[in-house]
Design a protein around this ligand. Structure first.
Ligand code: ADP
Ligand code: ZN
Length: 613
């Protein structure tokens, strides 16, 4: 039997296991059951794919989405692994061939939907096969506590009873405590081990900016960090369908390969756009949250939010679609008080029970806390998921440009009294006009120029007052009255502040437009040291795209960006110099080695000897 490390080196072309992979794999290879919790991009698939190749027989992988199965099968095929998917997309004849190959021991892995697995026909087929293991992907679907319950997963409990000698590994990226216990119980994994990796995604850089001119801010971000039009691929999330369409059209005008995706579009158009996003390089998908589930494209380099997500969980999940390949990626968000008002209105207007609405408001507040924190954003995020004690990360905006806080009690009192004096009936715009002592129709109509708070806030600009007001909302001193057109209301907690009994710390916002982007510029795509390496990398990507098109598969199925970057850095000239390049296993080296070497050679010949290192 080949060792797991041999398989990792020769088939997958990776030098070493990551995190808990080695432990999980040796446990499963030895026949043990396991529940594996790892964040997106940590490498869950290898936890069953390597054991599938070490143990004899076929591994049966349960997966809820046909698109995901298809991707995995294509990627495995590229590695020379014998894999197939049995689902409703297969014809009767195709299914028959797969079943015959399973019985003959000619398949290493077979992917199957849960509802098919539990049919009497399929179970009878399994009785005639040698089974290496069962893997249950997206295992949180078995739990009612999880966020995506699927009743057909419940029947998977029968696997443990019917095939007690076959090891079973369940995998998921998102499951809190109760969900985990539920999974173990429902799948009958009681004697198995639970492996939990942390939630951290260290390669994602978190950044949250105050909304000013959102589109221009987005454009600056894309230009500065992602090569502008024709650069990296990424996702831009918007709250409404209309905004998705507008933003996509606007980006297209600016020269981006931008596509739209939302639930209001017809099915065929949606599928076509998703397909282009997966198969072409450098596409920007502008979408509502309808997009993303089951997208395992590894080289999504950024996720931008133009509107606030609903909760920290949603933020974590949506930003988590960036950088699955482990290379640097950006999570960038612009937010303003109007978002808070809008989400508040959604909650108020929904059909949910009062208790449910209360929870949703708390979740929204936790997200505001992340937006307005002066601490490391990653620390705040991880603490929300129960991981305490992490050091400041050095890879978020507040770490990169530390935010000074100062005693803002006086400013807070001015703002709060102004809200009080104007009758708790106005939003940020008007309150700021009063603070600044501006003269306009609305001020005069309401007689607000006569208030004691008129013009008491001239030490700050309007923009700085906006920041103060946001922070007062995040701190719970002000609330936004969602029925009253977004007017500020004072809360109980602001009384001691008004009386001067409690100190309020505020952040000194260091972020004039565009500054956050400067000095923290992430390299385009793959962190290459010189423009020359970058040029070769782009050339290799073009070659890869041609190969992908010829085979009708997404480019990352052929080779990952990390692999191309490694080649651009190392400049191999002979085929033995390709050994040890990350992600280039035996079969891929055989298939693509010649093209890769030729590309490097042609590039160096053109560049001339002076630039060859
Ligand atoms: P998950 O399912 O946990 O989101 P995947 O299994 O898709 O993650 O793996 C994420 C990426 O990490 C893939 O591109 C995979 O090839 C890569 N990867 C996984 N394990 C390793 C490893 N040991 N060394 C290098 N790359 C790895
Ligand atoms: Zn940080």
């Amino acid at each position: 039997m080949p060792s797991p490390l041999d398989i990792l080196n020769s088939v997958f072309g990776f030098p070493a296991f990551r995190g808990q992979q080695a432990e999980v794999i040796s446990h499963v290879v030895a026949g043990g059951d396991a529940l594996v919790l790892m964040p997106t991009g940590a490498g869950k698939s290898l936890c069953y794919q390597v054991p599938a190749l070490c143990r004899s027989g076929v591994a049966v992988v349960v997966s809820p989405l046909i698109a995901l199965m298809q991707n995995q099968v294509e990627a495995l095929g590229q590695l020379g692994v014998r894999a197939a998917a049995l689902n409703s997309a297969r014809s009767f004849a195709e299914a028959g061939t797969i079943e015959r190959r399973m019985r003959a021991g000619e398949l290493d892995l077979v992917y199957v939907a849960p509802e098919r697995l539990v049919t009497p026909g399929f179970l009878a087929l399994l009785d005639t096969c040698r089974i290496a293991l069962f893997a249950i992907d997206e295992a949180h679907c078995v739990s009612q506590w999880g966020h995506d319950f699927r009743p057909e997963y419940l029947q998977l409990a029968l696997l443990r009873e019917r095939f007690p000698a076959v090891p079973c590994v369940a995998l998921t990226a998102t499951a809190d405590g109760p969900t985990r216990r539920d999974i173990v119980e429902r799948l009958g994994l009681g004697d198995g081990r639970v492996f939990v990796a942390g939630f951290d995604r260290p390669n994602i850089r978190y950044r949250i900016a105050a909304k000013k001119n959102t589109r221009e801010q987005l454009l600056r971000f894309l230009d500065a960090e992602h090569g502008g039009a024709g650069g990296d691929s990424g996702i831009v999330y918007c709250l409404s369908r209309a905004k998705v369409e507008e933003t996509a059209a606007w980006l297209e005008e600016k020269g981006f390969a931008a596509l739209a995706y939302h639930a209001g579009m017809d099915q065929a158009k949606r599928a076509a756009n998703q397909e282009r996003f997966l198969r072409e390089d450098g596409v920007v998908m502008v979408a509502t949250i309808a997009f993303g589930m089951g997208i395992d494209k590894p080289d999504v380099r950024f996720v931008a939010h133009l509107d606030l997500p609903k909760s920290l969980e949603a933020y974590y999940q949506e930003t988590g679609r960036a950088g699955r390949d482990g290379l640097p990626a950006n999570a960038w968000m612009a937010y303003g008080l109007e978002d808070v008002a809008k989400l508040g209105q959604f909650i108020a207007g929904s059909q949910a029970s009062e208790a449910q609405k209360r929870i949703e408001r708390l979740k929204l507040n936790a997200l505001l806390g992340l937006c307005e924190t002066t601490r490391c954003r990653r620390q705040v995020l991880l603490e929300y998921f129960g991981e305490t004690g992490a050091d400041p990360c050095g890879n978020c905006d507040t770490c990169l440009e530390p935010i000074a806080s100062f005693d803002g009690t006086e400013l807070a009192r001015k703002a709060l009294s102004c809200v009080y004096r104007t009758g708790e009936s106005f939003g940020a715009g008007h309150v700021i006009d009063v603070l600044l002592g501006r003269d306009n129709d609305k001020i005069r109509r309401f007689g607000h120029h006569a208030l004691s708070t008129f013009g008491i806030g001239t030490e700050l600009s309007a923009e700085e007052w906006r920041s103060v007001l946001r922070q007062l909302v995040a701190a719970g001193l002000l609330s936004i009255d969602v029925e009253g057109h977004g007017a500020f209301r004072l809360t109980e907690t602001c009384r001691p502040v008004l009386r001067g009994e409690v100190r309020v710390d505020l952040r000194r916002d260091p972020r004039p437009a565009g500054k956050a982007a400067r000095g923290t510029k992430a390299k385009h795509s793959a962190q290459l040291a010189t423009p020359d390496d970058e040029a070769l990398f782009q050339r290799l990507r073009a070659e890869r795209l041609a190969l992908a098109k010829a085979q009708g598969v997404p480019p990352y199925v052929i080779l990952h960006d990390a692999t191309l970057a490694d080649i651009a850095r190392r400049r191999p000239r002979r085929s033995d110099e390709l050994i040890g390049i990350a992600g280039l296993g035996d079969i891929k080296r055989e298939r693509y080695g010649t093209v890769l070497l030729a590309t490097v050679k042609a590039f160096e010949a053109e560049a001339g000897p002076s630039t060859a290192s």
